[in-house]
Design a protein around this ligand. Sequence first.
Ligand code: MTE
Length: 403
Amino acid sequence: TPDAHVPRDARLIRLTGVHPFNVEAPLTDLFNEGFLTSPELFYVRNHGAVPQVEEASLFDWEFTVEGLVDRPFKISLRSLMEDYADQIITVPVTLVCAGNRRKEQNMVRKSKGFSWGPGGVSTALFTGVPMSAIIAAAKPTRRARYVCMEGADKLPNGYYGTSVKRNWVQDPNRGIMLAWKMNGELLRPDHGRPLRAVIPGQIGGRSVKWLTKLILTESPSDNWYHINDNRVLPTMVSPEESAADPSWWTDDRYAIYDLNSNSAIAYPAHDEVLPLSTRAVETYDVRGYAYGGGGRRITRVEITLDKGKTWRLAKIDYPEDRYREALENTNLYGGRLDMFWRETSFCWCFWSLAISTDDLAASADIMVRCMDEGLALQPREMYWSALGMMNNPWFRIVIHREN
Ligand code: MTE
């Protein structure tokens, strides 16, 4: 395959055959890693072949800042690291593919996308510089409203690219950055080596890897992948209808940016048999993850054993806060955390609830839902759409008991 040069972990589950490389870790393995995902088990979403960069020339990697700017320029990664040395930040960010949990949608009705389980989500400490600083150096004109990004991966319909709003890039509370390190080491090839954009709180598809261009424009990106990917079309539009009528794709109202609230149960796992008849244990700790979008914090996680008639409140741990605290006071990986990061939440959190084995023995299934600080609550019903994205209904595990 074209990616023969890229080392990969055997535990990863391949979702699209041999090539391109799209993988998630089994949920239990991912969850057992804890807050930070090791690069080996970090989910990968590649549309094509991984650009090959020679070890010796990593820091010669160049990207341009162009479009509606008074001072377009080209800069190498080496100069970026030197010129912006006093602005380097390290921040914890959870990346989530918009297709996370799509498998459940495909089981209801086949969408255009491949079947992600609940493992299309991973967290790392990203080190880099705020994108706003780089954009400012190019002196954008007043007409510049969008920042388009382009990667070096050459695909059937051109290079991968997308855009975000310029005012998001300039909002320190959104933490948008260009990063070259993950968890203190240089990015791995699958994750954008040597340089990528990181757009916290938004779908992973906006965080362009192998970055070669930042282009300021008046309108959203006209890149094929921006137009034909990462949308939630109205639910009645079938894949066939959406293919027949291009106006579905150019209507920017259907493009997706901020993540929606979502959660999943890691324990018990889907096929786990619970020790219910022997009563060897009195309680079982039901556990899982939850995340929100746009920097909004998850404020509650609720569990039901009776399909939503009654709910129990789970306990939530936010490891992100401990990392923030540590990062504010040290310069881990050569970067400090900016104070603004105190006010936002860009990472997954972990929840748990001890449930008596008596209660579990009396139930058929366990379901979870979460709510964020904007009161966005996971729905009971699935919102099916042609691309199968942002799937977030209550996550369900069927209780299996010993015979
Ligand atoms: N950037 C480029 N250049 N090419 C890609 O295929 N995939 C996007 C995004 N950036 C992609 C890209 C998608 S859809 C996702 S979800 C994230 O990268 C995945 O990032 P990861 O593979 O590091 O987890």
